[in-house]
Design a protein. Structure first.
Length: 437
């Protein structure tokens, strides 16, 4: 199937019996008038549907989520439309394709790629909806004719059977296989769009992109206690990085949950292309070549900020989850507290059906914004002023009612600069719950 699958049937099935995207205006299931209640809940649970689905529909007849799947999508495609969307994005390099090709096509087959979906991702294949699975394909004008019939070993699939069975499965494979070198591999030295960003990375993402300007957009710190509670149930049955004593290259595979937040009252202009936005990236599972030395693990349990060139310089705070009750702090002398873990810690090997939980108070969120500003200014946290935070996040940066949830994504990334080396990860999510308390 070619790029930009419209899949009206999939849209209808996603909202009529399977894929759940719930943005609730109340913690009760009873319908209420949206304008009178602060939206306090985002829920993906594999089965239920939102009573706000018409508000989220991008198509005129209001029958479901706007949806797009492709590899190396151009910015215009990633950000297309203003309404809520479900995106399947593959990032990497197709063998036989030009390195800077964008908006590549996806395929729903062959079936033998997906028949081991349960073992590879932890979620069974939904055979009733064959269009709800995707893998990168080579039928693109930017690829040689020899690649036009090729597909990757990397894939995403959605099981729409509901809570207890439904979920989203991802499998990200790099290196040679028993059949030779698969079509889909990590980017080369040019990186993303030739910028050098994300060199030698292959990424697989299932993204709920949300319209932060919608009247029903979630207000994460809109609850009475000013705390955002994040809970997700995930599995990673496959996690492997080939050990090589003759090669010291860093090879890494990981699964992550990413949340995006945007300030609805943002007034930042000028050079800040992605002003008033921030992402939090929680490492769910990670493995590196040769395993982890103890000092590496200790260093890993700190959060850090990067200004992602692949996303126009958008600030991303990434870090691990500690043992339940432990606080993750920012790298730096001040060790600024950013979030508290209430569930399982970050995993370093395969696992099944674990619950990870994080709480972020509004005070911690404000400190996170200040930490970003300090990193941008290359200053100490304690020396960074509110005015400098405002330069990045606008005059309402410290107002809890001005922030909105702009997206949630399950992602996998494999960093593998060695073409002959095997590294892969397979996993899934069956629940994502964000609740303002």
């Amino acid at each position: 199937m070619d790029f930009s699958l419209s899949l009206k049937k999939l849209q209808r099935s996603l909202l009529s019996g399977g894929l759940s995207l719930l943005i609730a205006v109340t913690l009760s299931s009873a319908p209420v008038v949206a304008e009178t209640v602060t939206p306090r809940l985002f829920l993906y649970d594999g089965g239920k549907i939102s009573h706000l689905q018409d508000e989220m529909a991008d198509d005129k007849d209001g029958d479901g989520l706007f949806y797009l799947a492709s590899w190396n999508p151009a910015p215009s495609e990633v950000n297309r439309g203003r309404n809520s969307s479900f995106l399947v994005n593959f990032w990497g390099q197709g063998i036989g394709c030009e390195p800077l090709v964008e908006n590549g096509p996806v395929s729903n087959g062959p079936f033998d790629l997906f028949e081991k979906a349960k073992a590879l991702t932890g979620v069974a294949l939904d055979t009733k909806h064959p269009s709800a699975r995707w893998t990168p394909a080579g039928k693109s004008p930017g690829c040689a004719g020899t690649a036009h019939s090729a597909t990757g070993d990397t894939f995403v699939h959605v099981n729409q059977q509901g809570p207890g069975a439904g979920g989203i499965g991802l499998y990200t494979y790099t290196g040679p296989s028993q059949k030779g070198m698969p079509f889909w591999q990590p980017r080369g030295a040019l990186g993303q769009r030739g910028s050098g960003a994300n060199q030698f990375n292959e990424g697989t993402f299932a993204v709920f992109r949300l319209n932060r300007k919608d009247k029903d957009a979630m207000v994460p710190w809109g609850g009475g206690n000013g705390t955002l509670e994040i809970t997700t149930r995930q599995s990673v049955p496959q996690l492997y990085v080939e050990p090589r004593s003759d090669d010291a290259s860093v090879v890494q595979a990981k699964q992550q949950l990413t949340l995006g937040f945007a300030n609805s009252a943002c007034s930042v202009r000028g050079k800040q292309k992605r002003g008033c936005q921030i992402k939090f990236l929680f490492n769910i599972a990670i493995q590196r070549a040769g395993g982890w030395r103890e000092q590496e693990k200790r260093h890993f349990f700190r959060a850090k900020v990067m200004f992602d060139r692949g996303q126009g310089g958008l600030p991303v705070i990434s870090g691990p989850l500690g043992a339940s009750g432990n606080t993750t702090t920012a790298a730096g002398r001040e060790q600024v507290p950013l979030w508290v873990s209430n569930g399982e810690p970050t995993q370093f090997e395969s696992f099944s059906n674990k619950v990870f939980s994080v709480s972020i108070s509004h005070a911690q969120f404000k400190d996170a914004l200040r930490y970003v500003a300090a990193s941008r200014k290359r200053k100490a946290f304690n020396d960074t002023t509110p005015v400098e935070v405002e330069e990045l996040f606008g005059p309402h940066w410290n107002d809890p009612q001005s922030w909105r949830l702009s997206g949630a994504a399950l992602g996998q990334e494999v960093h593998n600069p060695v073409p002959g080396r095997v590294a892969y990860i397979g996993g899934s999510v069956t629940e994502i719950r964000l609740e303002a308390r």
